[in-house]
Ligand binder design. Structure first.
Ligand code: NDP
Length: 241
């Protein structure tokens, strides 16, 4: 894949997996449009790679629309911004549930709609990767809202792939297991919780953000030209246990 000349919108580019993806894309020659919430993260990212920063809270639909329009035109989209709340099913607060869905599920729909409308108007054959989670398929204690939001994102990915495939647009998700980003540290620092999960992973360890970024770049690339509508486990084999 020759990435030069491609413009890629990456949300959640300030930290963790989104940042690793933005850095990898930039090092391979793309122009990254980096969207995230924290201005400080955008400043340090812009010092690290050549990118166009867009500061936006993707949970704020009214502010999100003009922010995405300002990022156009792009050739590819990575929906990576994500959030979680740790609470048992019985204690899950409906407002927190809505907030998790707004970031993890609704924002990729709004962003995808704006980007795809532009592609259809211009006849661009683009590719989208939604960053989902292994929690889309597994029950994870204290993750009611998160598991549901990612399962919904996988479902949306499949419908997008079905409806947009005839226009040549491919839509896939990556479904990583635990990765020690700021979000991963929040949820998985307790060895009593982490060790049993790690023990079930055939490859015996959690992920490095670059290992997910590589999978994202593959799904975006021409090398994945007939891969559409998949939810790709990036989990060291956890899904088969
Ligand atoms: P991090 O918390 O490390 O980084 C998330 C990034 O998204 C941050 O830059 C954050 O900005 C941004 N973000 C969060 N909410 C918003 C918002 N409302 N508007 C704009 N930007 C926002 O998370 P990870 O890198 O770990 O996660 C990235 C994706 O990968 C998520 O979708 C997550 O669900 C998924 N994932 C993560 C796993 C893990 O173990 N870490 C495992 C499986 C999937 P800010 O800090 O300023 O809020």
């Amino acid at each position: 894949m020759d990435w030069r000349g491609k413009r890629v919108l990456v949300t959640g580019a300030g930290k963790g997996i989104g940042r690793a993806t933005a850095v990898m894309l930039a090092r391979r020659g793309t122009k990254v449009v980096a969207m995230t919430r924290s201005k400080e993260d955008l400043k340090t990212l812009a010092a690290e790679i050549d990118c166009e920063p867009v500061c936006a809270d993707v949970a704020d639909s009214d502010a999100l629309r003009p922010a995405v329009l300002s990022a156009l035109p792009v050739d590819m989209l990575v929906n990576c911004a994500g959030t979680t709340v740790l609470s048992s099913f019985i204690d899950t607060d409906p407002e927190e549930f809505d907030r998790v869905f707004a970031v993890n599920t609704k924002a990729p729909v709004i962003i995808g709609q704006i980007v795809v409308r532009d592609w259809l108007r211009r006849g661009v054959v683009g590719a989208i990767v939604n960053v989902s989670s292994d929690a889309a398929r597994r029950a994870v204690a204290d993750h009611t809202a998160y598991c549901a939001s990612k399962a919904a994102l996988d479902a949306i990915t499949r419908v997008m792939a079905l409806e947009l495939g005839p226009s040549g647009i491919r839509v896939n998700s990556v479904n990583p297991t635990v990765t020690m980003t700021p979000m991963g540290v929040l949820a998985w620092s307790d060895p009593a919780k982490a060790d049993p999960v790690k023990a079930r992973i055939p490859l015996g360890r959690f992920l490095d953000p670059d290992e997910i970024a590589e999978a994202i770049l593959f799904l975006l690339s021409d090398e994945a030209s007939m891969i559409n509508g998949v939810s790709l486990a990036v989990d060291g084999g956890l899904a088969i246990t």
